[in-house]
Design a protein around this ligand. Structure first.
Ligand SMILES: [Zn+2]
Length: 377
């Protein structure tokens, strides 16, 4: 018992998922009924039934600290209101079966997963039903499936507002650093995503301004580290110029190094978020983060929506970022001075980084990377 921790020699927190997401990602192999989900084995084609009870039994044996309920997940973009209705109520019925099957409630925390698609009424039904069960934590499921981002922030905001303050809230399948910053502003605590490692396989490094696409010839003679603020092994030892040909050729060595850095970046971002919240300066952190990501001031509407819902004022950010960008171009130093340019530059230090700005596209605009089967987020 408790096998996973010793198996991978990881004495800290660990989470296992229930298999619910695979109903979406491998839907062509699955058949969902009230009893459970019938899978066709991808290896030998045999039919296998996964029930809520079986999912919990497996997770009890694996021994992670957080285990997930089996939920009935419907892709957020599906246009079938009846299917969402069915899945919402079934997820509530299944949580009772999961709770009943849970044999290690004093050692493992079972999280319920809120469903309901993008429908406010169904999300409310799901929230109410699951909060009544009083599980140790809650996840917001059924998102990160290609829905429009304005609906996404609406759902996250509705769910975090309806959840108890003293239990962790986990948004499943998220994501991009910007999404994590905005969801944290909305009151979420936990995330999971393959994005940092998947994007590394495409030669992309995460940096405070967004991303660096290392395959780009712009890095041929760029002797700076990936991220001048990062102290990871890769940033201490390798230059962009050195990593560029490795990434351009798609060598596994490049994937390994970029994966290492991207995970270091996410850990640093998480630490910064936690510190900013603890020190009660999170709104200012978000303003700076957004200004660095959008040096031209073209902040997407969904980011503005998310900040509005979280009570964070972005009013000055676009102006500050635009002034900083103009100053960096060297084209409008006078204009910058006229519009409190010095203050604006202090607000958005990354915006003045010409080399980074050239190749670092703002987050969320480079979603052209194909997903691999079974990958999430
Ligand atoms: Zn690094």
């Amino acid at each position: 018992m408790g096998g996973l921790h010793s198996f991978i020699n990881w004495p800290r927190g660990m989470l296992t998922d229930s298999g619910g997401f695979q109903m979406v990602s491998l839907l062509h192999l699955a058949d969902i009924t009230e009893e459970g989900v019938t899978f066709q084995s991808p290896t030998d084609g045999r039919r296998m039934l996964l029930t809520p009870e079986h999912s919990i039994q497996v997770q009890n044996r694996l021994g992670a600290d957080v285990i997930m309920a089996l939920d009935d997940v419907v892709p957020s973009t599906m246009a079938d209101p009846e299917r969402f209705e069915e899945a919402t109520h079934r997820t509530t019925r299944w949580i009772d079966r999961c709770i009943a099957a849970h044999s290690r409630p004093n050692e493992q925390n079972l999280f319920a997963i809120i469903q309901g698609g993008l429908d406010e009424r169904l999300r409310e039904i799901s929230l109410k039903g699951l909060v009544q069960r009083g599980t140790p934590g809650y996840a917001i499921g059924g998102l990160a499936g290609g829905e429009d981002k304005r609906s996404f922030v609406q759902v996250v905001s509705q769910c975090t507002a309806g959840l108890p303050d003293d239990k962790p809230r986990y948004v499943m399948g998220i994501g991009y650093p910007l999404d994590i910053v905005i969801c944290s502003a909305l009151g979420a605590d936990m995330y999971d995503s393959v994005y940092p490692t998947r994007t590394a396989r495409f030669g992309v490094a995460l940096v405070p301004e967004g991303v660096l696409k290392l395959k780009n010839a712009a890095y041929l003679k760029d002797y700076r580290p990936l991220d001048e603020e990062c102290g990871c092994m890769v940033c201490r030892r390798y230059t962009r110029a050195c990593l560029h040909p490795l990434a351009a050729k798609g060598l596994p060595w490049a994937t390994n190094l970029l994966t290492y850095h991207n995970i270091a970046y996410m850990m640093r971002l998480s630490a910064q978020i936690r510190a900013a919240i603890r020190e009660q300066r999170y709104p200012e952190f978000v303003r700076r983060f957004v200004a660095r990501h959008f040096p031209c001031g073209d902040v997407p509407e969904w980011v503005r929506d998310g900040c509005r819902l979280a009570g964070i004022d972005l009013t000055g950010v676009a102006k500050e970022a635009a002034v900083a960008a103009a100053a960096a171009d060297g084209a409008a130093a006078e204009a910058a001075a006229a519009a409190d340019g010095a203050a604006a530059l202090a607000e958005a230090p990354g915006a003045a980084d010409g080399g980074g700005g050239e190749a670092a596209e703002p987050e969320g605009r480079q979603e052209e990377q194909p997903r691999q089967p079974g990958e999430q987020g």
